[in-house]
Design a protein around this ligand. Structure first.
Ligand code: FAD
Length: 437
Protein backbone atom coordinates (compact mmCIF):
# COMPACT_ATOMS: atom_id res chain seq x y z
CA UNK A 1 0.00 0.00 0.00
CA UNK A 2 1.18 3.55 -0.82
CA UNK A 3 2.29 5.70 2.09
CA UNK A 4 2.62 9.41 2.64
CA UNK A 5 6.15 10.42 3.64
CA UNK A 6 6.67 13.61 5.61
CA UNK A 7 10.14 14.93 6.38
CA UNK A 8 10.19 17.32 9.32
CA UNK A 9 7.78 17.22 12.26
CA UNK A 10 7.68 20.92 13.05
CA UNK A 11 4.62 23.14 12.85
CA UNK A 12 3.84 22.30 9.22
CA UNK A 13 4.92 18.65 9.37
CA UNK A 14 2.77 17.52 12.30
CA UNK A 15 -0.24 19.41 10.96
CA UNK A 16 0.26 17.72 7.58
CA UNK A 17 0.65 14.30 9.24
CA UNK A 18 -2.52 14.68 11.28
CA UNK A 19 -4.58 15.88 8.32
CA UNK A 20 -3.20 13.14 6.06
CA UNK A 21 -3.94 10.46 8.65
CA UNK A 22 -7.62 11.52 8.63
CA UNK A 23 -7.82 10.28 5.02
CA UNK A 24 -6.99 6.77 6.23
CA UNK A 25 -3.47 6.92 4.78
CA UNK A 26 -0.43 5.54 6.53
CA UNK A 27 2.14 8.23 7.24
CA UNK A 28 5.89 7.96 7.80
CA UNK A 29 6.87 11.10 9.70
CA UNK A 30 10.62 11.76 9.99
CA UNK A 31 12.40 14.18 12.29
CA UNK A 32 15.86 14.72 13.78
CA UNK A 33 14.16 14.85 17.18
CA UNK A 34 14.29 13.59 19.85
CA UNK A 35 17.91 12.51 19.27
CA UNK A 36 19.01 15.47 17.16
CA UNK A 37 18.30 19.20 16.95
CA UNK A 38 18.66 21.96 14.39
CA UNK A 39 20.80 24.92 15.42
CA UNK A 40 17.68 26.75 16.67
CA UNK A 41 15.43 24.18 18.36
CA UNK A 42 15.85 23.70 22.09
CA UNK A 43 13.49 20.88 23.13
CA UNK A 44 13.14 17.21 22.13
CA UNK A 45 9.48 17.87 21.26
CA UNK A 46 7.79 18.11 17.86
CA UNK A 47 5.95 21.22 16.72
CA UNK A 48 8.18 23.53 18.75
CA UNK A 49 7.51 27.24 18.30
CA UNK A 50 11.10 28.32 18.04
CA UNK A 51 11.06 31.95 19.19
CA UNK A 52 8.03 34.00 20.15
CA UNK A 53 5.20 32.21 21.96
CA UNK A 54 2.53 34.27 20.21
CA UNK A 55 0.22 33.68 17.24
CA UNK A 56 -0.65 37.40 17.22
CA UNK A 57 -4.02 39.06 17.69
CA UNK A 58 -7.16 36.91 17.70
CA UNK A 59 -9.37 39.72 16.47
CA UNK A 60 -11.04 38.80 13.17
CA UNK A 61 -10.22 42.20 11.70
CA UNK A 62 -6.48 41.43 11.85
CA UNK A 63 -4.48 39.20 9.48
CA UNK A 64 -3.46 36.85 12.28
CA UNK A 65 -7.03 36.70 13.61
CA UNK A 66 -8.47 35.79 10.21
CA UNK A 67 -5.86 33.09 9.64
CA UNK A 68 -6.58 31.64 13.11
CA UNK A 69 -10.31 31.59 12.32
CA UNK A 70 -9.71 29.83 9.00
CA UNK A 71 -7.51 27.26 10.70
CA UNK A 72 -10.29 26.59 13.19
CA UNK A 73 -12.77 26.04 10.35
CA UNK A 74 -10.26 23.72 8.68
CA UNK A 75 -10.04 21.68 11.90
CA UNK A 76 -6.37 22.46 12.53
CA UNK A 77 -4.73 19.99 14.88
CA UNK A 78 -2.14 22.55 15.99
CA UNK A 79 -4.57 25.35 16.73
CA UNK A 80 -7.09 23.13 18.48
CA UNK A 81 -4.41 21.88 20.88
CA UNK A 82 -2.89 25.34 21.32
CA UNK A 83 -6.10 26.57 22.98
CA UNK A 84 -5.35 24.29 25.94
CA UNK A 85 -1.99 25.99 26.56
CA UNK A 86 -3.02 29.63 26.30
CA UNK A 87 -1.20 32.11 28.54
CA UNK A 88 -2.50 35.61 29.30
CA UNK A 89 -1.31 38.14 26.70
CA UNK A 90 -3.98 40.82 26.34
CA UNK A 91 -5.67 40.63 22.98
CA UNK A 92 -3.17 38.25 21.44
CA UNK A 93 -3.13 34.46 21.39
CA UNK A 94 -0.01 33.31 23.22
CA UNK A 95 0.83 29.87 24.57
CA UNK A 96 3.24 28.00 26.79
CA UNK A 97 5.16 26.83 23.74
CA UNK A 98 7.25 24.06 25.33
CA UNK A 99 4.36 22.40 27.17
CA UNK A 100 2.31 22.69 24.01
CA UNK A 101 5.05 20.97 21.97
CA UNK A 102 5.29 18.19 24.57
CA UNK A 103 1.53 17.65 24.36
CA UNK A 104 1.49 17.70 20.54
CA UNK A 105 4.24 15.07 20.52
CA UNK A 106 2.19 12.81 22.79
CA UNK A 107 -0.89 13.28 20.61
CA UNK A 108 1.00 12.40 17.42
CA UNK A 109 2.47 9.29 19.06
CA UNK A 110 -1.06 8.10 19.91
CA UNK A 111 -2.14 7.93 16.24
CA UNK A 112 -1.60 4.35 15.03
CA UNK A 113 -1.36 5.28 11.31
CA UNK A 114 1.53 7.71 11.93
CA UNK A 115 4.96 6.06 12.18
CA UNK A 116 7.30 8.49 13.87
CA UNK A 117 10.89 7.89 12.76
CA UNK A 118 13.89 9.67 14.27
CA UNK A 119 16.30 10.31 11.41
CA UNK A 120 18.40 13.09 9.91
CA UNK A 121 17.08 12.71 6.37
CA UNK A 122 19.69 13.74 3.80
CA UNK A 123 17.82 13.25 0.53
CA UNK A 124 14.33 13.38 -0.95
CA UNK A 125 13.12 9.78 -0.73
CA UNK A 126 11.87 8.03 -3.85
CA UNK A 127 8.35 6.96 -3.08
CA UNK A 128 5.24 5.89 -4.96
CA UNK A 129 3.19 7.95 -2.53
CA UNK A 130 3.31 11.71 -1.90
CA UNK A 131 6.37 13.17 -0.16
CA UNK A 132 5.98 16.33 1.92
CA UNK A 133 9.18 18.23 2.69
CA UNK A 134 8.69 20.31 5.83
CA UNK A 135 12.21 20.63 7.19
CA UNK A 136 11.76 24.32 7.93
CA UNK A 137 13.97 27.38 7.85
CA UNK A 138 16.83 25.52 9.53
CA UNK A 139 17.00 22.63 7.06
CA UNK A 140 20.39 20.93 7.29
CA UNK A 141 23.09 21.55 4.66
CA UNK A 142 22.84 18.11 3.07
CA UNK A 143 19.09 18.21 2.76
CA UNK A 144 19.28 21.77 1.40
CA UNK A 145 21.68 20.57 -1.29
CA UNK A 146 19.26 17.83 -2.30
CA UNK A 147 16.38 20.28 -2.36
CA UNK A 148 18.34 22.61 -4.60
CA UNK A 149 19.21 19.63 -6.85
CA UNK A 150 15.48 19.02 -7.16
CA UNK A 151 14.46 22.61 -7.73
CA UNK A 152 17.30 23.16 -10.16
CA UNK A 153 18.24 26.36 -8.36
CA UNK A 154 20.30 27.30 -5.38
CA UNK A 155 18.25 27.68 -2.21
CA UNK A 156 17.94 31.24 -1.17
CA UNK A 157 18.78 31.74 2.46
CA UNK A 158 19.23 34.61 4.86
CA UNK A 159 19.58 35.32 8.54
CA UNK A 160 17.13 36.02 11.29
CA UNK A 161 17.42 36.47 15.06
CA UNK A 162 15.57 35.55 18.30
CA UNK A 163 14.90 37.74 21.36
CA UNK A 164 16.18 37.18 24.93
CA UNK A 165 14.08 35.68 27.73
CA UNK A 166 14.52 36.77 31.36
CA UNK A 167 13.46 35.23 34.65
CA UNK A 168 10.69 37.27 36.34
CA UNK A 169 12.02 36.58 39.84
CA UNK A 170 15.26 38.33 38.99
CA UNK A 171 13.55 41.60 37.96
CA UNK A 172 12.91 44.64 40.14
CA UNK A 173 9.21 44.92 39.28
CA UNK A 174 8.82 48.06 41.43
CA UNK A 175 10.41 49.96 38.53
CA UNK A 176 8.09 48.40 35.94
CA UNK A 177 4.35 48.50 35.35
CA UNK A 178 1.74 46.03 34.15
CA UNK A 179 -0.43 47.15 31.22
CA UNK A 180 -1.70 46.19 27.80
CA UNK A 181 -1.59 48.80 25.05
CA UNK A 182 -4.68 51.05 25.21
CA UNK A 183 -5.81 48.86 28.16
CA UNK A 184 -7.12 46.27 25.68
CA UNK A 185 -7.66 42.96 27.48
CA UNK A 186 -5.95 42.31 30.82
CA UNK A 187 -2.77 44.09 31.88
CA UNK A 188 -0.60 41.16 30.82
CA UNK A 189 2.57 42.90 29.66
CA UNK A 190 5.29 44.01 32.03
CA UNK A 191 6.53 47.37 30.79
CA UNK A 192 9.83 49.17 31.23
CA UNK A 193 9.34 52.95 30.96
CA UNK A 194 12.27 54.89 29.51
CA UNK A 195 12.91 58.61 29.61
CA UNK A 196 14.61 60.37 26.70
CA UNK A 197 18.10 60.01 28.15
CA UNK A 198 17.68 56.31 28.95
CA UNK A 199 16.26 55.66 25.48
CA UNK A 200 19.16 57.34 23.68
CA UNK A 201 21.69 55.55 25.85
CA UNK A 202 20.08 52.26 24.82
CA UNK A 203 20.19 53.22 21.13
CA UNK A 204 23.87 54.23 21.37
CA UNK A 205 24.71 50.99 23.19
CA UNK A 206 22.95 48.91 20.53
CA UNK A 207 24.79 50.70 17.75
CA UNK A 208 28.20 50.39 19.37
CA UNK A 209 27.89 46.85 20.74
CA UNK A 210 29.86 43.92 19.41
CA UNK A 211 27.81 41.77 17.07
CA UNK A 212 28.21 38.19 15.93
CA UNK A 213 29.94 38.46 12.56
CA UNK A 214 28.26 37.23 9.42
CA UNK A 215 30.28 34.61 7.60
CA UNK A 216 31.61 35.39 4.10
CA UNK A 217 28.92 33.41 2.31
CA UNK A 218 26.11 34.86 4.40
CA UNK A 219 23.88 37.40 2.78
CA UNK A 220 22.74 40.25 5.02
CA UNK A 221 19.00 39.88 4.46
CA UNK A 222 16.53 39.83 7.35
CA UNK A 223 12.80 39.28 7.69
CA UNK A 224 11.37 42.79 7.60
CA UNK A 225 8.81 41.62 10.20
CA UNK A 226 11.46 40.26 12.56
CA UNK A 227 14.41 42.63 12.25
CA UNK A 228 17.21 42.56 14.83
CA UNK A 229 16.76 45.41 17.31
CA UNK A 230 20.19 46.85 16.45
CA UNK A 231 19.28 46.80 12.74
CA UNK A 232 16.16 48.89 13.48
CA UNK A 233 18.25 51.23 15.67
CA UNK A 234 20.71 51.72 12.82
CA UNK A 235 17.91 53.03 10.58
CA UNK A 236 17.51 56.22 12.64
CA UNK A 237 17.84 57.38 16.26
CA UNK A 238 14.06 57.47 16.76
CA UNK A 239 13.13 54.37 14.76
CA UNK A 240 12.83 52.15 17.86
CA UNK A 241 10.65 54.75 19.61
CA UNK A 242 8.31 54.59 16.61
CA UNK A 243 8.67 50.81 16.31
CA UNK A 244 8.82 48.07 18.98
CA UNK A 245 9.45 50.60 21.79
CA UNK A 246 6.58 52.93 20.90
CA UNK A 247 5.04 54.31 24.08
CA UNK A 248 1.56 55.22 22.80
CA UNK A 249 -1.28 53.70 24.80
CA UNK A 250 1.05 52.59 27.59
CA UNK A 251 0.67 54.66 30.76
CA UNK A 252 1.93 53.72 34.22
CA UNK A 253 -1.21 55.28 35.70
CA UNK A 254 -4.41 56.71 34.16
CA UNK A 255 -3.40 60.36 34.74
CA UNK A 256 0.25 59.86 33.86
CA UNK A 257 2.01 61.21 30.75
CA UNK A 258 3.11 58.90 27.98
CA UNK A 259 6.71 57.79 28.40
CA UNK A 260 9.43 58.57 25.86
CA UNK A 261 9.72 54.88 25.00
CA UNK A 262 8.60 51.59 26.54
CA UNK A 263 10.23 48.17 26.39
CA UNK A 264 7.58 45.46 26.73
CA UNK A 265 8.06 42.07 28.36
CA UNK A 266 5.64 39.31 27.37
CA UNK A 267 4.91 36.17 29.40
CA UNK A 268 6.57 33.13 27.78
CA UNK A 269 5.34 30.18 29.87
CA UNK A 270 2.16 29.18 31.72
CA UNK A 271 3.80 29.34 35.15
CA UNK A 272 4.68 33.02 34.53
CA UNK A 273 8.36 32.48 35.28
CA UNK A 274 9.85 33.71 32.03
CA UNK A 275 9.32 36.86 29.98
CA UNK A 276 10.52 37.79 26.50
CA UNK A 277 11.74 41.26 25.55
CA UNK A 278 9.25 42.04 22.78
CA UNK A 279 10.93 43.02 19.50
CA UNK A 280 14.46 42.47 20.85
CA UNK A 281 15.56 39.87 18.32
CA UNK A 282 19.29 40.41 18.18
CA UNK A 283 22.66 39.28 16.91
CA UNK A 284 24.63 41.05 19.64
CA UNK A 285 27.21 38.88 21.39
CA UNK A 286 25.75 37.29 24.54
CA UNK A 287 28.07 39.24 26.91
CA UNK A 288 26.98 42.48 25.24
CA UNK A 289 23.30 41.54 25.62
CA UNK A 290 23.81 41.01 29.36
CA UNK A 291 25.72 44.28 29.75
CA UNK A 292 23.29 46.43 27.75
CA UNK A 293 19.93 44.94 28.77
CA UNK A 294 20.91 45.00 32.46
CA UNK A 295 21.12 48.79 32.14
CA UNK A 296 17.35 48.88 31.59
CA UNK A 297 15.40 49.95 34.72
CA UNK A 298 14.35 46.87 36.69
CA UNK A 299 16.68 44.55 34.77
CA UNK A 300 19.83 45.41 36.74
CA UNK A 301 20.09 41.84 38.07
CA UNK A 302 18.18 40.07 35.31
CA UNK A 303 18.89 36.39 34.85
CA UNK A 304 18.78 35.42 31.21
CA UNK A 305 17.00 32.16 30.49
CA UNK A 306 17.92 32.52 26.83
CA UNK A 307 19.91 35.08 24.90
CA UNK A 308 18.94 36.39 21.49
CA UNK A 309 20.87 34.72 18.70
CA UNK A 310 21.51 34.40 14.97
CA UNK A 311 20.21 31.64 12.80
CA UNK A 312 19.88 30.55 9.21
CA UNK A 313 16.64 30.67 7.30
CA UNK A 314 16.14 28.59 4.15
CA UNK A 315 13.30 28.80 1.67
CA UNK A 316 12.71 27.90 -1.93
CA UNK A 317 12.04 30.31 -4.76
CA UNK A 318 8.32 29.49 -4.67
CA UNK A 319 7.15 31.43 -7.76
CA UNK A 320 9.27 29.27 -10.04
CA UNK A 321 8.91 26.01 -8.14
CA UNK A 322 5.39 25.69 -6.70
CA UNK A 323 2.26 24.63 -8.54
CA UNK A 324 -1.19 23.41 -7.35
CA UNK A 325 -1.37 23.08 -3.58
CA UNK A 326 2.26 23.66 -2.55
CA UNK A 327 3.40 21.01 -5.08
CA UNK A 328 6.60 20.87 -7.05
CA UNK A 329 6.20 21.79 -10.72
CA UNK A 330 8.78 19.15 -11.57
CA UNK A 331 7.02 16.38 -9.62
CA UNK A 332 3.57 17.18 -8.18
CA UNK A 333 3.95 14.16 -5.88
CA UNK A 334 6.47 16.25 -3.94
CA UNK A 335 5.11 18.98 -1.66
CA UNK A 336 6.89 21.82 0.13
CA UNK A 337 5.24 22.78 3.42
CA UNK A 338 5.97 25.41 6.05
CA UNK A 339 8.53 28.17 6.00
CA UNK A 340 10.63 26.31 3.44
CA UNK A 341 7.81 26.69 0.91
CA UNK A 342 8.03 30.49 0.95
CA UNK A 343 5.39 31.34 3.55
CA UNK A 344 6.52 33.12 6.70
CA UNK A 345 5.27 32.75 10.26
CA UNK A 346 3.78 30.18 12.61
CA UNK A 347 0.18 30.40 11.40
CA UNK A 348 1.22 30.49 7.76
CA UNK A 349 3.43 27.41 8.22
CA UNK A 350 0.62 25.52 9.95
CA UNK A 351 -1.78 26.55 7.18
CA UNK A 352 0.51 25.34 4.38
CA UNK A 353 1.14 22.05 6.22
CA UNK A 354 -2.59 21.60 6.66
CA UNK A 355 -3.30 22.04 2.95
CA UNK A 356 -0.40 19.74 1.98
CA UNK A 357 -1.74 17.05 4.35
CA UNK A 358 -5.27 17.33 2.96
CA UNK A 359 -4.03 17.30 -0.65
CA UNK A 360 -1.68 14.33 -0.13
CA UNK A 361 -4.50 12.45 1.65
CA UNK A 362 -6.78 12.97 -1.33
CA UNK A 363 -4.03 12.16 -3.82
CA UNK A 364 -3.34 8.77 -2.28
CA UNK A 365 -7.02 7.94 -2.68
CA UNK A 366 -6.95 8.94 -6.37
CA UNK A 367 -8.58 12.36 -5.89
CA UNK A 368 -7.26 15.89 -5.92
CA UNK A 369 -7.78 18.94 -3.77
CA UNK A 370 -8.60 22.25 -5.43
CA UNK A 371 -6.96 25.43 -4.17
CA UNK A 372 -8.93 27.39 -1.56
CA UNK A 373 -10.58 30.51 -3.08
CA UNK A 374 -8.41 33.63 -3.47
CA UNK A 375 -10.83 35.49 -1.23
CA UNK A 376 -9.72 33.38 1.76
CA UNK A 377 -6.49 33.95 3.70
CA UNK A 378 -5.28 30.40 2.97
CA UNK A 379 -6.02 30.72 -0.74
CA UNK A 380 -4.64 34.26 -1.08
CA UNK A 381 -1.34 33.30 0.55
CA UNK A 382 -0.89 30.29 -1.73
CA UNK A 383 -1.78 32.37 -4.79
CA UNK A 384 0.66 35.07 -3.69
CA UNK A 385 3.72 32.84 -3.27
CA UNK A 386 3.06 31.19 -6.63
CA UNK A 387 2.60 34.46 -8.45
CA UNK A 388 5.10 36.75 -6.71
CA UNK A 389 8.08 38.22 -8.53
CA UNK A 390 10.77 35.53 -8.54
CA UNK A 391 13.84 37.72 -8.93
CA UNK A 392 13.81 38.91 -5.32
CA UNK A 393 11.29 36.55 -3.74
CA UNK A 394 11.06 36.67 0.06
CA UNK A 395 8.85 34.52 2.33
CA UNK A 396 5.51 36.15 2.95
CA UNK A 397 3.07 36.41 5.82
CA UNK A 398 -0.63 36.67 5.14
CA UNK A 399 -2.00 40.21 5.11
CA UNK A 400 -5.33 41.72 4.03
CA UNK A 401 -3.43 43.27 1.12
CA UNK A 402 -3.24 39.79 -0.46
CA UNK A 403 -7.05 39.49 -0.63
CA UNK A 404 -8.83 40.73 -3.76
CA UNK A 405 -10.32 44.23 -3.56
CA UNK A 406 -13.88 44.44 -2.24
CA UNK A 407 -15.87 47.63 -2.59
CA UNK A 408 -17.27 48.61 0.82
CA UNK A 409 -18.38 52.22 1.24
CA UNK A 410 -18.70 54.45 4.27
CA UNK A 411 -17.07 52.16 6.83
CA UNK A 412 -14.00 52.48 9.04
CA UNK A 413 -10.83 50.55 8.11
CA UNK A 414 -11.55 48.04 10.86
CA UNK A 415 -15.14 47.51 9.72
CA UNK A 416 -14.00 47.00 6.12
CA UNK A 417 -11.53 44.36 7.24
CA UNK A 418 -14.20 42.66 9.28
CA UNK A 419 -16.50 42.46 6.25
CA UNK A 420 -13.69 41.00 4.12
CA UNK A 421 -12.85 38.52 6.88
CA UNK A 422 -16.48 37.39 7.17
CA UNK A 423 -16.59 37.01 3.39
CA UNK A 424 -13.42 34.90 3.54
CA UNK A 425 -14.91 32.57 6.17
CA UNK A 426 -18.14 32.19 4.19
CA UNK A 427 -16.20 31.28 1.03
CA UNK A 428 -13.94 28.93 2.97
CA UNK A 429 -16.96 27.13 4.40
CA UNK A 430 -18.39 26.64 0.88
CA UNK A 431 -15.02 25.29 -0.32
CA UNK A 432 -14.80 22.91 2.65
CA UNK A 433 -18.26 21.57 1.80
CA UNK A 434 -17.43 21.24 -1.91
CA UNK A 435 -14.21 19.36 -1.14
CA UNK A 436 -15.93 17.12 1.39
CA UNK A 437 -13.30 17.86 4.03
C1 FAD B 1 14.94 31.28 14.74
C2 FAD B 1 13.61 31.51 14.15
C3 FAD B 1 12.70 32.26 14.84
C4 FAD B 1 11.41 32.42 14.34
N1 FAD B 1 10.53 33.13 15.06
C5 FAD B 1 9.26 33.23 14.64
C6 FAD B 1 8.32 33.92 15.42
O1 FAD B 1 8.63 34.41 16.49
N2 FAD B 1 7.04 34.01 14.98
C7 FAD B 1 6.67 33.45 13.79
O2 FAD B 1 5.48 33.55 13.44
N3 FAD B 1 7.56 32.80 13.02
C8 FAD B 1 8.85 32.68 13.41
N4 FAD B 1 9.76 32.03 12.64
C9 FAD B 1 9.35 31.54 11.32
C10 FAD B 1 8.54 30.23 11.26
O3 FAD B 1 7.20 30.55 11.56
C11 FAD B 1 8.98 29.12 12.18
O4 FAD B 1 10.28 28.76 11.87
C12 FAD B 1 8.10 27.86 12.05
O5 FAD B 1 8.49 26.95 13.03
C13 FAD B 1 8.22 27.21 10.69
O6 FAD B 1 7.54 26.00 10.70
P1 FAD B 1 8.08 24.77 9.83
O7 FAD B 1 7.19 23.62 10.11
O8 FAD B 1 8.26 25.20 8.45
O9 FAD B 1 9.53 24.47 10.40
P2 FAD B 1 9.96 23.95 11.85
O10 FAD B 1 8.91 24.24 12.83
O11 FAD B 1 11.34 24.46 12.07
O12 FAD B 1 10.02 22.38 11.66
C14 FAD B 1 11.01 21.75 10.92
C15 FAD B 1 11.25 20.38 11.53
O13 FAD B 1 12.08 19.63 10.65
C16 FAD B 1 13.07 18.96 11.38
N5 FAD B 1 14.20 18.76 10.44
C17 FAD B 1 15.00 19.70 9.90
N6 FAD B 1 15.87 19.14 9.05
C18 FAD B 1 15.61 17.81 9.05
C19 FAD B 1 16.17 16.69 8.37
N7 FAD B 1 17.18 16.83 7.49
N8 FAD B 1 15.66 15.44 8.62
C20 FAD B 1 14.65 15.28 9.52
N9 FAD B 1 14.08 16.32 10.18
C21 FAD B 1 14.56 17.56 9.94
C22 FAD B 1 13.37 19.86 12.55
O14 FAD B 1 13.90 19.13 13.65
C23 FAD B 1 11.99 20.46 12.86
O15 FAD B 1 11.31 19.71 13.83
C24 FAD B 1 11.06 31.86 13.09
C25 FAD B 1 12.02 31.15 12.38
C26 FAD B 1 13.27 30.98 12.89
C27 FAD B 1 14.29 30.20 12.13
Amino acid sequence: MKKITIIGAGLAGIEAAWQASKSGAEVDLYDLKPEGRTIGHESPFLGEMICSNSFGSSSLSTSAGLLQEELKHLDSFFLKNSQKFRVPAGNSFSVDRIRLAEHLTEEIKKIPSINLICKDVDHIPESEGPVIIATGPLTSEKMSEKISDHTGRKNLFFYDSTSPIVNLESLDTEKLFWASRYDKGDADFLNIPLNEEQYHELVDDLLNAEKVKLKDFEDKKFFEACLPVEEIASRGKESLAFGPLKPVGLKSNPEGDDHYAVVQLRQDDASKKFFQLVGFQTRLKWGEQKRIFRKLPGLENAEFERFGRMHRNSYINAPVIITGVYQSQKDPGIYFAGQLSGVEGYLESICSGLLCGLSAGKKINGNSLSEPPDSTASGALLKYIKGAGWADFKPSKFSFGLLPEMKVRGKSKREKKLIRAENAIKNLEEWIKKEGI
